[in-house]
Design a protein. Structure first.
Length: 366
């Protein structure tokens, strides 16, 4: 079996909104070419790099059908979906916070969810050893009735609920290493114990009022939500330490039958929406560690779903490294910034400080 890779050019056509960076244009805010940081080029350039290196030929590249209305309704209320569809059938609009869409935006968002859904199905049914969904728009911030943070539908939650409804899985773990807190996925499963949600993120980045380590879940779900907020400036070693000391032991204790990674690349050192110092090697090594854990716990059943990452130059190299590791291909794309970013890593003194914070969280969670 190979690594399934789901993508669709139509997802790169999602657009809309009159923004300059994350600010609405108007008053003293001047228009900006490109608009929101969440634009198609980071994902399209990743796909281009896969084509140019030839790694795409070591993947099972395929497309998917959009998620069906019934699948969307398992996560999002009908009233929200109808309003989204109504605006989408017109000239587009915006329903939440920084989530503009144009005509046909509902169909593109449903397709993005369908990519995640099919990628998960392939793993759970044994058609692929692991999988990757190049979803766009992203999903992990989206609440049931409130799109936010560029996320219009919660792709991972839709995929999980659909798979559960078909009896394909009963116990799922979500590891979110996007630099922003996975508030939407957390909220959807907050009071449930059949989905473990883990988010490692920059503290107080986005959203500014969620992601605390004291938020452990509620009711039956208490203990099934883990937040690992890292301070700005955290680098490669700190991310790997958190994976090894908290995330892997938490997965081992939970014993999921499948693992999903919300795979954002915005923790990278050159991302415009973060202040952390991860590198392409960080993402490759995190992938390797989670792959090994999945092999030990759930026969390797692992699905990665693309979330954030806003450096048009660097995201392709981060994603290529992850997909090379997933597929165990010999085809690489050397990181052109490796030497520079190695010099920018934090000092041992700062790493020791972050290590002490990780130790405090380790005691809390484990």
């Amino acid at each position: 079996m190979t690594t399934a890779f789901y993508w669709d050019e139509k997802c790169f056509w999602h657009g809309g909104g009159n923004y300059a960076f994350t600010l609405p244009v108007g008053g003293l805010v001047q228009p900006l070419a490109g608009g929101l940081p969440e634009n198609p080029e980071t994902k399209r350039r990743l796909k281009n790099l896969l084509d140019v290196t030839g790694l795409i030929h070591d993947l099972d590249a395929k497309q998917a059908e959009p998620a069906h209305w019934d699948d969307l309704e398992r996560v999002h209320p009908q009233s929200f979906l109808r309003r989204f569809k109504e605006l989408s059938d017109g000239s587009g609009g915006e329903l939440g916070l920084r989530t503009p869409f144009s005509h046909g935006g509902f169909e593109i968002a449903s397709l993005s969810a369908g990519l995640a859904q099919s990628a998960l199905y392939d793993v759970l049914t044994g058609r692929a050893k692991n999988s990757y969904a190049l979803s766009r728009p992203p999903g992990h911030h989206c609440l049931p009735e409130f799109p936010n943070g560029f996320c219009l539908l919660n792709n991972i939650a839709i995929a999980i609920e659909s798979a559960v409804s078909k009896g394909l899985t009963q116990r799922v773990a979500v590891v979110d290493w996007d630099v922003h807190h996975g508030n939407g996925t957390e909220a959807i499963f907050y009071d449930r114990d059949d989905v473990l949600t883990i988010s490692i993120h920059q503290e107080r980045n986005y959203p500014m009022d969620t992601g605390d380590c004291d938020d452990r879940g509620a009711g039956a779900g208490f203990g099934a939500n883990i937040n690992i907020p890292l301070p700005p400036g955290s680098g490669h070693n700190s991310f790997i330490e958190a994976i090894e000391r908290i995330i892997i032991p938490a997965l081992q204790a939970y014993e999921p039958d499948s693992i999903i990674v919300a795979c954002g690349y915005d923790a990278a050192a050159v991302d415009p929406l973060s202040r952390t110092l991860a590198t392409a090697e960080t993402f490759r090594l995190m992938t390797q560690l989670i792959m090994e854990t999945a092999q030990d716990l759930c026969e390797g059943r692992l699905t990665l779903v693309h979330e954030g990452g806003y450096s048009e130059v660097y995201v392709p190299f981060c994603g290529h490294g992850v997909l090379q590791e997933l597929s165990q291909s010999a085809i690489g794309a050397p990181d052109p910034m490796a030497q520079t970013l190695a010099l920018r890593q934090p000092s041992p003194r700062f790493e020791n400080f972050v290590s002490s914070l990780i130790g405090e969280m380790e005691e809390l969670f484990l």
